[in-house]
Design a protein around this ligand. Sequence first.
Ligand code: PXP
Length: 255
Amino acid sequence: MKTRLNVNIDHVATVRQARRTIEPSIVAAAVACEKAGADGITVHLRQDRRHIQDRDVRLLREILTTYLNVEMAVHPEMISIALEVKPDAVTLVPEKPQEITTEGGLNIAENFDEVQKTVARLRDAGIFTSIFVDPDTKQIELAKRAGANQVELCTAQYSEFTLPGKSVHGEGLMKARSELRRLAEAARHATNLGLIVAAGHGLTYRNVGAIASIKEISELNIGHNIIARSIFVGLERAVKEMLEAIRRGKQEGAI
Ligand code: PXP
């Protein structure tokens, strides 16, 4: 099965918002990603609007020829934007005002009724609904009960253990392998429940291969590492290199 790549372009907007100006253009970035072969674009419309703005989501909806996935908190304001703009997919994520980035999966149990109601509203509007969860059996089962189409497994822990200095020998590598097994088991479990499986967070050119080799994972959402590399090689080449790293990972398998 093909592993689709959605490029998360939040940090193009981060650079723009640093000066509250018009450049770099989110539309130009999305077009460059599509031209390079990306299967879709992901953006996170945060309640604090620190990077992506409402207008960006509307513009992307108009110009994208591939697929638009919008990450958002389970919050009435966000959901009404989704119902109006109608992206192809919404990914429900937890959000804390002070966090640097999303810190882990949504704890569905904490707010089950609200999550279930939100998923129903999105699905009734024809929007494919994904929930970002830790690779945890209970959360995956709750995502299914809530009516989600897909779970996106959080790879943050795995990614943390593969950072340079932690991964070379010993502990870091062992922990990364153990987290990889946890992700593979979670992906199998979700598939058996009839859920589609995505993954993302903290993935890099160096660590994406092993995740891409998990055959149940059909979509990856990758942002920061691609945008970081694009500073040196341009966005199109950065996306192509990630597509190549995914392709190689599928061929070669584990770390
Ligand atoms: N998936 C989800 C649910 C996220 O919140 C993020 C970060 O916005 C990503 C994937 C992409 O993470 P990264 O920027 O580390 O590649």
